[in-house]
Ligand binder design. Structure first.
Ligand SMILES: [Zn+2]
Length: 350
């Protein structure tokens, strides 16, 4: 019985609708067909004449219909949206806003730190994948780079939807900037890590934080999966997690997964998770694993502790690049020394 019920409960947050999570604030999940995440929660804040949308969903017909249906439940339509405030430039957050803007002229705001990423995708749609592939080659995993490329060609249908939907926003938001929505005041806060320009939006009066992909209840967000990643995305992400602890313990409204959990508890959990990963990787290096691939093979992956070699090429790519992000941070902290052997990085005790 339990086995049948569990997955259903785990994904109950994806059910369509407009769910009031605070006065005048509605959670609107929109579908992500053929994607493991299943849905993205967007949020509508309605006060007086204003209707602010936090994140927009993926530019696919199912999401556009979902948005129309959900807004209808609160007696509104896409043409009533006064502005989109986007958490980051990933397709499932940004691209439907561009489509709505095309039809209704709705202005779009996003963190200033996303400019390089958006420009790169506009210049080359595949730039995000190319950089992942380059990282694989740099880490000494050319075979995986070739496999990843092949896998990607076979799965291009999952990303093709939003291909034409990268355009510049109407304005760039900076850290601390406030958006007034009728009686609500929403403050943008820069939280680099998941992407360089990721921002969260805080409604202090309601005690809620729209966390985008910075804080998720069930998954650990990837870091630096973007066309123009910084040198140490994990260091940025951990600093952004620590900055959450300086805020009041707000209730989290995430982009994926059930809403309404403690900001402090989950931030601490994610910080501890990464410290454990860092020390696990250090242990593998101490035991003689020198190459990033050795380290990725020496630790478990996913909630089931799957071996690296049992993952599909896409997840192996994410796993290896995550390993590299941790190794670079260990090097930055002085816990490991990096060298080069036959053109690939190797790690050892300092
Ligand atoms: Zn994302």
């Amino acid at each position: 019985m339990r086995r049948d019920r569990e997955p259903e409960e785990r994904y109950s947050w994806t059910r369509p609708g407009a769910f009031e999570v605070a006065k005048g604030v509605f959670r609107i999940p929109l579908p992500m067909p053929a994607n493991g995440l299943r849905a993205v929660s967007t949020y509508a804040i309605r006060s007086g004449e204003d209707l602010l949308m936090i994140d927009s969903g993926w530019a696919v017909p199912e999401a556009m219909t979902g948005l129309q249906d959900a807004l209808e439940l609160i007696n509104a339509g896409p043409g009533d949206i006064s502005e989109f405030a986007i958490t980051h430039a990933h397709g499932d957050h940004y691209t439907l806003a561009v489509e709505v803007r095309e039809r209704y002229g709705t202005p779009i705001a996003i963190g200033a730190g996303e400019e390089a990423n958006i420009l790169a995708v506009m210049a080359d749609w595949d730039s995000g994948y190319h950089v992942q592939q380059r990282h694989l080659i740099e880490a000494g995993a050319s075979d995986l780079a070739a496999e990843f490329d092949q896998w990607r060609t076979g799965h291009s249908h999952t990303s093709r939807f939003a291909k034409e939907r990268y355009e510049l926003p109407d304005r760039w938001l900076h850290n601390g900037e406030v958006i007034d929505v009728g009686h609500h005041e929403v403050r943008a806060m820069a939280t680099p890590g998941h992407t360089s320009g990721h921002v969260v939006y805080i409604d202090h009066a309601e005690g809620i934080i729209f966390s985008g992909d910075h804080i998720l209840p069930h998954i650990t967000p990837s870091v630096g999966f973007e066309p123009v990643p910084p040198a140490l995305p994990l260091r940025d992400f951990l600093a952004s997690l620590e900055s959450m602890l300086e805020l009041p313990d707000l209730s989290v409204m995430p982009a994926h997964g059930p809403a309404g959990f403690s900001l402090h508890d989950r931030s601490l959990e994610l910080l501890r998770y990464h410290e454990t990963r860092l020390s696990d990787m250090l242990t593998v290096v101490l035991a003689g694993g020198r190459h990033p691939l050795d380290v990725a093979r020496g630790i478990g992956w996913t909630r089931r502790n799957t071996h690296f070699d049992a993952l599909d090429p896409f997840n192996r790519t994410l796993a290896l690049n995550e390993t590299v992000a941790h190794l670079r941070l260990l090097e930055d902290r002085g816990d490991l020394a990096a060298g080069v052997e036959a053109g690939s990085p190797v790690y050892a005790l300092p």
